[in-house]
Design a protein. Structure first.
Length: 330
């Protein structure tokens, strides 16, 4: 059963390995998407922050780097019809939808020839995704880094979603950073694994050196889940990050609500074009930023303690697949 599910997933998405690159906004450039695809996994591009023309350019750049299937991730809290139009015009193979109301995006994407993956945080939302026409469901557990909608652990969530969605493949997300996690996910009923934090240490990732150093030094106990800490630009969106000076000062102040937090309005860093990044802003520590990087929202899941070295994305995919195959065939 395990090898059949994974094999079916790979056939459905025309890939070699049941490994999906999590679309980490601000961190995953075309080079990383393509590298994962070229290694046999499924690269997902986080393009929901892009204007339509910029999205088209990113898609074309990925195509210049790989002839393998890849997907584009769109955020339904910032649903943008023009972004979906651009994806379909460019012939994107897979559309990944997360957070918020999907509207008519699923039907439009499938009519346009794309397969659709919907992220779900409960079994009920998994059933809703299938009813909408999802080709696969990403079951995101509470351990995941970045923005995390649900409160259920991956271990409990994945089998519940798998039971709820029947034959629709489930991609397990949250806390998976090596082949042991992939094998466990398959044993729980998943068909593939959605992996983000491990790829922060990919050579192709656009990660600031200070952020990378913190990731490599972190343990499984060095992250925190917050309802509204890094809420500027994206309010009401719970998230998991590495603990840092910002979160420590906020906790010491008694965890005050937005508007009452210490250091609000502080400019921590700047982008190359001069745009400021404020304390408590939802902003990935991209390689090109300058400033107090340690105090920014350093997204990371609880699997961060398993990230020990920098290596090419292909090496990460290969190591994960080899380790998983030693435990369970697929």
């Amino acid at each position: 059963m395990l090898d059949t599910r994974a094999a079916d997933f790979c056939r459905l998405f025309a890939i070699d390995h049941p490994i999906v690159l999590a679309p980490m906004a601000g961190i995953v450039p075309p080079e990383l998407v393509a590298a994962v695809g070229n290694a046999g996994g499924l690269g997902m591009a986080p393009l929901w922050t892009c204007a339509p023309d910029a999205l088209r350019a990113e898609v074309r750049r990925i195509r210049d780097l790989t002839d393998r299937p890849f997907g584009v991730n769109l955020n339904m809290d910032f649903r943008n019809e023009a972004q979906l139009d651009a994806c379909l015009d460019e012939g994107v193979d897979i559309i990944s939808l997360f957070w918020g109301d999907t509207g008519d995006f699923v039907a439009r994407a499938r009519t346009g020839g794309a397969k659709v993956i919907i992220t779900a945080s409960t079994a009920a939302k998994g059933r809703e995704a299938v009813a909408l026409g999802a080709d696969a469901v990403c079951a995101q557990g509470w351990e995941a880094g970045g923005h995390v909608e649900g409160t259920v652990s991956t271990m409990a969530l994945v089998p519940a979603v798998a039971d709820a969605v029947g034959d629709v493949p489930v991609i397990a997300a949250g806390g998976i950073a090596d082949g042991r996690g992939v094998a466990a996910a398959l044993a729980l009923g998943a068909s593939a694994a959605w992996i983000g934090t491990r790829f922060l240490a990919a050579e192709e990732a656009s990660v600031h050196p200070d952020y990378l150093a913190r990731v490599l030094a972190a343990t499984e106990n060095d992250t925190g889940h917050h309802d509204d800490l890094y809420d500027i630009d994206w309010p009401d969106a719970p998230h998991r990050t590495l603990n840092n000076s910002t979160s420590a000062t906020w906790k010491a102040a008694g965890r005050p609500k937005p508007g009452q937090r210490p250091g609000e309005g502080d400019v921590l860093a700047r982008r190359p074009d001069g745009r400021e990044i404020l304390r408590y802003q939802s902003a990935s520590p991209h390689a090109t930023l300058e400033g107090d990087i340690e105090a920014l929202s350093m997204w990371a899941g609880q699997g961060v303690g398993l990230v020990a070295k920098v290596q090419p994305a292909a090496g990460i995919v290969g190591e994960i697949v080899d380790q998983a195959r030693e435990i369970v065939g697929f």
